[in-house]
Design a binder for this molecule. Structure first.
Ligand SMILES: [Mg+2]
Length: 312
C-alpha cells in the first residue's frame, strides 16, 4: 500500500464526513426521499442547497465538534480528555446554531469533565443518542495506526465525555474500527463480525441486529437520532451503494437526523473510496464555522491539512 493512498482515504474520511453533514443539514427531520425528490439525477449539481438556517455548504455541530477533537489531539500530541472537554465547553458557550440537547446539558452542567456525563446519565438514563458517534471521524483517523483495541478504547473515552450510556461508547468504537479497516485497505463491511467480537458483551447483540447484512433502516426500533439505527443506517448505506456520492444520497434520503446519519456515512464511505470520490462541487462550498474560537471558519484546504496531520 502506498502512503499517498492511505492519506487519500484519511482525507476522504475527514472531508467526506463534513460534506455529508453539510449536505444533509437542510433536510433534517424531513421525510424519506426528500433529497432524491429535489435532486433526482446524481451529479446534476446544486445539491449543497442550504436551508433550515444553514448556508449552502455550512457544516453543523457534528463537524464542528469533530474538528475540536482533531485539533486537541494535534495540539496536545495525544488524547487529553480534559482538554477536549474544555474545547467543547468553550464552543458550547458561544451558542452554536445547533447542539444536541444532552451534549448541551452535560457541557453546561458545571460538573467536572470526568463526572458530568455520568451524572447526567444517572438522572436521565436514556442517553444513547448519536451525538458522540457523529464527531468521531478525526479521532478514528488519528488512532487507526494504533490498532483495533487502542482505537476502540480511545473512541469509548472520547464518547464518554458527553455520553454516559455505554451503548453510545460501543457504537462509536465500532465506527472507529471500521474506519481503521478501510484505511488499511480492508473491507469495512466484511469486518463487522470480527468487530462485534470486540464490543462489550452487554451491547453486542443489539449492534449485531442493526449491522447484519440483511438489516434495513425501515426495521429500526428507534428514531435515527439514537446511536444504533444511526450506525446501522450508515453501514447499510455503504453496503447497498458503490460510490461515496450514492452512499451519502441514500443516507440523507432516509430522513430524520439527516445531517448526522450522512456525516457518519460520509466518514465511512470517504475512508473506503478516498478523497477523489468526494465531488468537488460539494467540497468547494464546504465550510466549518467554529463558534468560540475567534471567528475561525475552516474550508476544505484546512480540513485536508487536519486530516493529513491526523493520519500522520
Ligand atoms: Mg448536526
Amino acid at each position: 500500500m502506498t502512503e499517498s493512498f492511505r492519506t487519500a482515504r484519511a482525507l476522504g474520511a475527514v472531508i467526506g464526513s463534513a460534506v455529508g453533514d453539510a449536505l444533509g443539514a437542510p433536510f433534517e427531520f424531513g421525510p424519506e426521499g426528500a433529497f432524491s425528490a429535489r435532486f433526482p439525477e446524481p451529479g446534476q449539481g446544486g445539491e449543497m442547497c442550504g436551508g433550515g438556517g444553514w448556508e449552502p455548504g455550512e457544516a453543523t455541530d457534528d463537524t464542528q465538534m469533530a474538528v475540536l477533537v482533531g485539533e486537541s489531539l494535534l495540539d496536545c500530541g495525544r488524547l487529553e480528555l480534559p482538554d477536549v472537554f474544555r474545547r467543547f465547553q468553550r464552543w458550547a458557550a458561544a451558542e452554536p446554531k445547533d447542539i444536541g440537547l444532552q451534549t448541551e446539558a452535560v457541557l453546561s452542567s458545571g460538573d467536572a469533565w470526568d463526572m458530568a456525563a455520568a451524572l447526567h446519565f444517572q438522572v436521565n438514563q436514556r442517553t444513547a443518542g448519536n451525538g458522540a458517534l457523529m464527531r468521531a471521524t478525526p479521532a478514528a483517523v488519528h488512532f487507526a495506526r494504533a490498532g483495533r483495541d487502542a482505537t476502540m478504547d480511545a473512541a469509548r473515552r472520547i464518547a464518554a465525555l458527553t455520553h454516559g450510556d455505554r451503548a453510545a461508547w460501543e457504537g462509536t468504537a465500532i465506527f472507529h474500527e471500521l474506519v481503521r479497516v478501510a484505511l488499511d485497505e480492508g473491507d469495512a463491511s466484511a469486518a463487522v463480525p470480527a468487530t462485534l467480537e470486540a464490543v462489550h458483551p452487554d451491547h453486542r447483540d443489539r449492534y449485531a441486529v442493526v449491522l447484519a447484512p440483511d438489516w434495513h433502516p425501515d426495521q429500526a426500533t428507534e428514531f435515527n437520532g439514537a446511536v444504533w439505527p444511526c450506525l446501522g443506517s450508515a453501514v447499510w448505506a455503504l453496503r447497498t451503494t458503490s460510490s461515496y456520492e450514492d452512499a451519502v444520497r441514500a443516507a440523507i434520503d432516509l430522513g430524520g437526523d439527516t445531517d448526522t446519519v450522512a456525516a457518519v456515512t460520509g466518514g465511512l464511505a470517504g475512508a473506503v473510496y478516498g478523497i477523489s470520490a468526494v465531488p468537488e462541487r460539494w467540497t468547494g462550498v464546504l465550510h466549518v464555522p467554529l463558534p468560540g474560537f475567534g471567528g475561525r471558519v475552516l474550508r476544505v484546504g484546512e480540513l485536508a491539512e487536519l486530516g493529513r496531520r491526523l493520519s500522520g
